[in-house]
Design a protein around this ligand. Sequence first.
Ligand code: NDP
Length: 316
Amino acid sequence: MRDVCPHNRPINRAPTLKLQYLTMRAVNFCAHPKMTDKYAVIGNPINHSKSPLIHKMFAGQTGQDISYEAILAPLDGFAATIERLRNEGYKGCNVTVPFKFEAFQLATQLTPHALVAQAVNTLKFDGDTILGDNTDGTGLARDIQFHLRITLNNKRVLLIGAGGAANGVSLPLMHAGAKLTIVNRNVDKAQVLAIRTSNKAQELATSQTSVQTQISGCGYDELFGKQFDVVINATSAGLTDSELPLPATLFASGALAYDMMYGRVTPFMKFAREHGAAVVSDGLGMLVEQAAESFFIWRGVRPETAPVIEALRKFQ
Ligand code: NDP
């Protein structure tokens, strides 16, 4: 049985005041020497990962005493790798392809974002508890709203794809007020994701927090004649330079076209430029923002992301 809590915060089993007092006294009394807290990103493959560089920049900027390394786990050895890290005193890790679904299974406590995504990219180790979160959606929404300065509230948003990345961003997009359409080659996956996201959004809504509940899933043929203010490519089609079957009239006046891929101009980005999108962006800002959210979950400190994005753009 795993614990879940609203508003994407884990249930906090706060110790009693007396226990807190005794713990504080114990810490003061023992006066342990200061230890560097260890973190990592786990994937297979992993040597392409920019996460160690990003977290090194975050740590330098905020003065947090942490180490962060990339770890290649065998395809059948994710759980064993996590067990080893916990035994060695690591405080948490990021999880990337292909282990995000296994990380979801392994977590003993899940946030709503992780529950809708059914995939986890951030683990925090705390005694016997393994907290699982998915920070991709928060990262995407922050990049669009904070860096690109485009509001999502009441916007017609098209999310293309229904794989791991799309699953991670649907609930945060709704929480940002987007009127969401999910389109996918496999239409069933789009519809299942739309229903799961809607159910979770309604479950989390309270009398104080109204939430956008306009969401649907469809196939590409249903896009003809429709226009969107924000179009997000969450497919992996760019990896193979494949074009998506999108209508030429898809982009509303002033529309944003956002591709979650980074490091290259994809056919989707070219298509958007040629067919009237006013702003075209890759997913580098999302990468840095999802990392910043993980850093915040672990350290309780929010790093400045703009200088990190700027530095990474120079390396590209
Ligand atoms: P998945 O393999 O889980 O899902 C792939 C999705 O792409 C599916 O919806 C699939 O459709 C669709 N797809 C693949 N090829 C085509 C095609 N030729 N035409 C139409 N649809 C296609 O991948 P992820 O969701 O994990 O990753 C998707 C992308 O997001 C990747 O490029 C990844 O790099 C990027 N990403 C970026 C992040 C960032 O921080 N910037 C974070 C996470 C991901 P179907 O279901 O029909 O097969």
